[in-house]
Design a protein around this ligand. Structure first.
Ligand code: BES
Ligand code: ZN
Ligand code: ZN
Length: 508
C-alpha cells in the first residue's frame, strides 16, 4: 500500500472514496448539539450538513456514514468517520479513524481512498499524519492467508489531502514515512505470528529473520543446537530437546552510521520464540491449544522492531537475541524434577515444563549481556496470569529500574499502546526459591504468577554493575479474539512501535 501526502482540496479530488472525520460535540449540558465535521471546506460542509443535523450519525469512535455521489464534490463517495468526543480528540483517535476507513474500503473492493487531514486545535499536524499513516497500514491486514478464495485484498493507495499546510514540508513527509515504516514492521510481525506451527518452525523463523536482515542491511547470524551446547545454554537446550525440530538462536545487530552519544547504552532486545507450546510433559489441555502457535510473538516483535530501527536509523547501538524452539512432550523431553544449568551458571529445578518461556529467555538475557548489551528489554507471551491481572486491555511491564521503565511509559504517549507497570521487587523472590537448586521455574505459590515469572527473569539480569531491564508480558494482548472497526482479529502486533520509539529516545 502506498501513502501519498498531497496539498489538494478535498472537494476537487477525484477518488472512489473520500473520507472526512467528524467529532461528537455533545456534552452533558446539551446532548442535542450535532457532530462537527473536522474540515471547514464549504462544499464538504454543505454535503454533510443534512446528515449531521438528522441525528442518524453521532460521530462515535469507529462509526461510519456513507453518502453516495455527493453533490459539489469530485469524489464518487463521501464517507464520514466518527472519532468520538471532541474534548478527547488526539492523534490516537485519528489512527483508529484512518483504520476504520481502510477496513470500510477493503471488503467493498475499493482499492484507493483519500483521507482529508482534520482541522482541530488539539491536533498537531506531524503527529496526526504519522498516526493516520500507521492506522491505515495496520488496518490493511487480515489473517486468511491460507484461503483459496481470499477476496479481501489490500489497498493500493491512500492519499492524505492537506490544506493550509505545505505537503512538501520535509517534517510532514517524514511523519508519514516514519508512520509507514513502523506500521509495515508491525504487519511484518503479525504475518509471522499468524503462521501455523508446522510452517513457521524455529528454522523457518531464522530464515525469515535472515531474509529481512539481508533486505535492510542488518547483520544476522542464525545458530542451532551445536552453538547452544558450546555456549552452555542448558536452560534453552532443556526446552528444545523434546522436539525433532532443531532450535534457532538468532542474533541481529544494528550499528548506527552516526556515532551514538557517549552515554547511550547498547540496547539488547531479547525475544521468546516458542513456535509451538504444547506445555511439554506438563501438557496443556486440548481446548485452545492451537493458539500456542503465537507463543513466538515476543520474538516476532523484536525482529520487527529491528526492521523498523534499521530504517529509522537512530544513533544508538542495538542487538537482538531471539531464542526459538518448540516445547514438545517426547521420550527425550525435559521433565518436572530435572535440574538444568543455565548459561549464567545458575541451576534451575524444573517444576512445570509449561513454564518454558522463562527458561529460554534466561539464556537469551545472559547471552545478550555477553554480546555487550548494557540495557535490556525482553518481550514474551509469558504467563496466562498477566491476563488475569490486566485483561486484554493493558500488557504488563516489569522493570528493575524506574527511569528506564518511565522512558518506556513515556513512549506510549506517542504510540497509543497500553502497558501497565507491575511489581517485581525482591519481596516476591520467595516464590522461586528451590530446595535443591538455586531457583525453580515455578511452583512456589498460585498467586502473582506474572510477577513470579518476572522474578525468575530478573535472576539473569546482571546487578554488578546493575543492568537496567524491562520485561514485557504480552501473553493476553498479542491475539485479538474479536475484530475492531480499525483492526482485524488475530495477531495485534503489540509492542513493536513502542519498543522502537523507546530505542529512539536513547539517541537524542
Ligand atoms: N505460553 C504460555 C503463556 C500463555 C498463556 C501465552 C496464554 C498466551 C496465552 C506459557 O509458556 C505458559 O504456559 N505459562 C504457564 C506458566 C505456569 C506453568 C507457571 C501459564 O501461564 O499457565
Ligand atoms: Zn508454556
Ligand atoms: Zn509458552
Amino acid at each position: 500500500m502506498k501513502i501519498n501526502l498531497l496539498s489538494r482540496s478535498a472537494a476537487d479530488w477525484n477518488t472512489p472514496l473520500l473520507v472526512v472525520f467528524a467529532a461528537d460535540m455533545a456534552d452533558a449540558k446539551d446532548p442535542s448539539i450535532p457532530p462537527m465535521l473536522l474540515t471547514t471546506h464549504p462544499s464538504l460542509q454543505a454535503a454533510a450538513a443534512p446528515w449531521l443535523a438528522s441525528g442518524e450519525f453521532k460521530a462515535g469512535l469507529g462509526e461510519t456514514f456513507l453518502l453516495p455521489a455527493p453533490t459539489g464534490l469530485q469524489a464518487r463517495r463521501l464517507l464520514l468517520v466518527g472519532v468520538g468526543k471532541t474534548a478527547k480528540l488526539s492523534a490516537h483517535e485519528l489512527r483508529q479513524g484512518a483504520g476504520v476507513a481502510v477496513r470500510y474500503a477493503r471488503p467493498r473492493s475499493l482499492r484507493d481512498l483519500a483521507l482529508a487531514l482534520p482541522e482541530h486545535p488539539s491536533l498537531a499536524t506531524a503527529p496526526a499524519l504519522r498516526a493516520m499513516a500507521e492506522g491505515a497500514i495496520i488496518a490493511d491486514f487480515d489473517i486468511d492467508f491460507y484461503r483459496a478464495d481470499r477476496k479481501d485484498l489490500g489497498m493500493e493507495t491512500v492519499s492524505i489531502l492537506v490544506s493550509g499546510v505545505d505537503a512538501a514540508d520535509a517534517s510532514l513527509q517524514t511523519a508519514v514515512r516514519e508512520g509507514s515504516i513502523l506500521a509495515e514492521s508491525q504487519n511484518f510481525a503479525r504475518t509471522l505470528i499468524n503462521e501455523p506451527g508446522n510452517i513457521l518452525t524455529p528454522t523457518e523463523l531464522g530464515r525469515r529473520a535472515a531474509a529481512m536482515a539481508a533486505e535492510f542491511g542488518l547483520a544476522c547470524e542464525v545458530h542451532s543446537t551445536e552453538k547452544l551446547r558450546e555456549l552452555g545454554m542448558g536452560a534453552f537446550m532443556a526446552v528444545a530437546q523434546g522436539s525433532s525440530q532443531p532450535p534457532a538462536l538468532i542474533v541481529l545487530r544494528y550499528e548506527p552510521e552516526s556515532a551514538p552519544s557517549p552515554d547511550a547504552p547498547v540496547i539488547g532486545l531479547v525475544g521468546k520464540g516458542i513456535t509451538f507450546d504444547t506445555g511439554g510433559i506438563s501438557i496443556k489441555p486440548a481446548e485452545n491449544m492451537d493458539r500456542m502457535k503465537y507463543d513466538m510473538a515476543g520474538a516476532a516483535s523484536m525482529i520487527a522492531a529491528m526492521r523498523a530501527i534499521v530504517q529509522l536509523k537512530p544513533a544508538v547501538r542495538v542487538l537482538a537475541v531471539i531464542c526459538s524452539c518448540e516445547n514438545m512432550p517426547d521420550g527425550s523431553a525435559y521433565k518436572p524434577g530435572d535440574v538444568v544449568t543455565a548459561m549464567s551458571g545458575k541451576t534451575i529445578e524444573i517444576i512445570n515444563t509449561d513454564a518454558e518461556g522463562r527458561l529460554v529467555l534466561a539464556d537469551g538475557l545472559h547471552y545478550a549481556q555477553t554480546l555487550g548489551a548494557t540495557c535490556l528489554l525482553n518481550a514474551a507471551t509469558l504467563t496466562g496470569a498477566i491476563g488475569t491481572a490486566l485483561g486484554q486491555i493493558n500488557a504488563g511491564l516489569f522493570s528493575n529500574d524506574d527511569a528506564t521503565a518511565q522512558q518506556f511509559l513515556d513512549a506510549l504517549a506517542v504510540t497509543g499502546e497500553k502497558f501497565w507497570r507491575m511489581p517485581c521487587t525482591d519481596d516476591y523472590r520467595e516464590q522461586i526459591k528451590s530446595q535443591i537448586a538455586d531457583i525453580m521455574n515455578t511452583g512456589g505459590s498460585r498467586f502473582a504468577g506474572a510477577t513470579a515469572a518476572a522474578m525468575f527473569l530478573k535472576e539473569f539480569v546482571g546487578d554488578t554493575p546493575p543492568i537496567p531491564w524491562i520485561h514485557l508480558d504480552i501473553a493476553a494482548t498479542t491475539w485479538l479474539d474479536d475484530q475492531k472497526p480499525w483492526q482485524s482479529r488475530g495477531p495485534s502486533g503489540i509492542a513493536i512501535r513502542t519498543i522502537t520509539e523507546w530505542v529512539r529516545s536513547y539517541a537524542s
